[in-house]
Design a protein around this ligand. Structure first.
Ligand SMILES: Cc1cc2nc3c(=O)[nH]c(=O)nc-3n(C[C@H](O)[C@H](O)[C@H](O)COP(=O)(O)OP(=O)(O)OC[C@H]3O[C@@H](n4cnc5c(N)ncnc54)[C@H](O)[C@@H]3O)c2cc1C
Length: 318
């Protein structure tokens, strides 16, 4: 077989990203690596950059710092694909505690599969309803994350059911997924913030645009403009400067405290972006994650930008 070294080198970042996304979804590794006596502490040093800590107390403290820095905060207790009903109930309790203890101006984010969707939609709805009641009671938004495309129907169905009772429950849509074009009009009819992300999951081409496809930027900006023009509560959740600049220009280069939109980045990944947008008066939010199940989250963050893999090597040795 003929070797093609140039092609192989060019494709290396994409191949590495695919491997990392595959590792992220390995449910065996997500337990074994953090608990491994040798690998665990090394991986935890890498995670520290992106994760507030393992406890709710760590998240509360970090959210306070975000708010003191002039941004809103959102807190997620990490975890997904919980397949045990009692554990799903115990995890739900942590979100209820978060709704009670987080500072004002801080929303609660979650994966529905963390609270039962991987077991049964009814269970997810029951647990998510408890969290919706608790967050409504403490005056904070609740945001539902987007998961793999095999779960999108179920996620949107639970969100729609929650919207029959509550008006503060938002949902995340992925610009990469072809189906988002059809999902968005229905979501614009419902209350609750719509968070727009590129989409982090490994998906086939007939379901989603590849991340490296140049059409993704145009797709993202088209959805962002539609959200901005709708006046609906929304979040532009990206670290991509080109997209941020485009949306800022579309919004006239200035925001105000009561604007229905916000710019949102993940903990530690875009403080410069948030500060720049806050200076122009746009509402901004940092997404703070905490918990022991950081494996999937950290692998996905490393997969997204080759520079972060190099940074991870430095962090691992520090
Ligand atoms: C608040 C928030 C919530 C989220 N929630 C979800 C969710 O519920 N579900 C979900 O699936 N995803 C979620 N995500 C993740 C999201 O889908 C993206 O995977 C993630 O944000 C990375 O995409 P990006 O838009 O930030 O830009 P990126 O594509 O990461 O680009 C950012 C910058 O990274 C650099 N970069 C990227 N790739 C390369 C490369 N190959 N070579 C060199 N430089 C590169 C470039 O400088 C670029 O400007 C969320 C993200 C945020 C911010």
């Amino acid at each position: 077989m003929t070797a093609h070294p140039t092609t192989a080198t060019t494709d290396l970042p994409a191949q590495a990203a695919e491997v990392l996304r595959g590792l992220a979804l390995d449910e065996d590794l997500k337990w074994r690596v953090p608990e491994d006596p040798v690998l665990g502490p090394v991986a935890a040093r890498v995670a520290r950059r992106f994760v507030a800590g393992e406890s709710l107390t760590d998240a509360v403290e970090r959210a306070r710092r975000v708010i003191a820095g002039g941004h809103r905060a959102s807190v997620e207790f990490m975890g997904e694909s919980c397949r045990d009903e009692q554990r799903a109930a115990a995890e739900t309790y942590v979100f209820l505690e978060a709704a009670r203890l987080l500072p004002e101006g801080c929303s609660v984010s979650l994966d529905l599969s963390h609270v039962g969707l991987a077991i049964d939609s009814e269970l997810a709805l029951a647990n998510a309803s408890r969290i919706a009641r608790a967050t409504a009671g403490s005056g904070r938004e609740m945001m539902i994350s987007a998961e793999g495309s095999d779960r999108t129907d179920a996620v949107l169905a639970v969100h729609r059911a929650l919207c029959e009772e509550f008006d503060h429950v938002g949902v995340t849509v992925q610009a990469r997924l072809h189906r988002t074009a059809a999902d968005l009009p229905g979501l614009l009819e419902l209350p609750g913030r719509i968070r727009l992300v590129k989409g982090a999951f490994l998906e086939p081409r007939d379901i989603a645009l590849p991340r490296e496809d140049p059409a993704l930027a145009d797709t993202y900006t088209a959805y962002a403009e539609r959200l901005a023009d709708s006046g609906h509560l929304c979040s532009f959740a990206t670290h991509d400067w080109d997209l941020i600049d485009h949306i800022d220009r579309h919004l006239g280069g200035r925001g105000h405290a009561n604007a229905p939109w916000e710019f949102e980045t993940l903990l530690g990944l875009g403080p410069d972006r948030l500060d720049a947008m806050a200076e122009r008066g746009h509402p901004t939010r940092e997404y703070v994650v905490f918990g022991t199940e950081w494996w999937l989250y950290v692998c996905n963050r490393l997969a997204e930008d080759p520079q972060r893999v190099l940074q991870a090597l430095v962090d691992a040795a520090s």
